[in-house]
Design a protein around this ligand. Structure first.
Ligand code: 5GP
Ligand code: ZN
Length: 117
């Protein structure tokens, strides 16, 4: 059984109780567009289980997660004709984590876009 948190917004997205623009999905992983993109094409990759931070994600999900990040990263770059890609991941409020369900930001970049992350 996957851990769930009934009050977690990303658990609700995984369950389909809150809509999102899904871009990739496997048994254990979901990727969807960020609702407030810092740059067009900003995608979030999340384990479907409720793991609050990176350090809580079980090692068994490592391969699925790495594979999803690679596939989605490539797709995001192609879809946005990007020149580069940032992978960001925040843990705990002190590091800027707002949603306490571990997630990975994939942000396409274009030369000279002036974005500061
Ligand atoms: P954090 O600061 O926790 O690393 O990032 C949380 C991210 O989740 C933010 O970029 C924010 O825009 C995104 N987010 C928060 N609520 C929702 C939502 O309901 N739907 C989607 N698609 N993204 C969300
Ligand atoms: Zn959750």
């Amino acid at each position: 059984m996957r851990p769930r948190d009934k009050d977690c917004i990303f658990c609700k997205i995984v369950e389909g109780a809150i809509p999102c623009a899904r871009v990739f999905e496997t048994e254990h992983i979901l990727a969807f567009l960020d609702i407030a993109p810092v740059h067009p094409g900003h995608v979030l990759v999340v384990p479907k289980g409720h793991y609050p931070t990176l350090m809580d994600i079980p090692a068994e999900l490592g391969t699925d997660l790495a594979d999803a990040l690679s596939r989605v990263g490539r797709a995001v770059m192609e879809a946005t004709a990007a020149d580069g890609l940032n992978l960001m991941q925040n843990n705990f409020e002190a590091a800027g984590q707002l949603v306490h369900h571990a997630h990975f930001h994939l942000i396409p970049r274009h030369s000279g876009d002036g974005l500061t992350l």
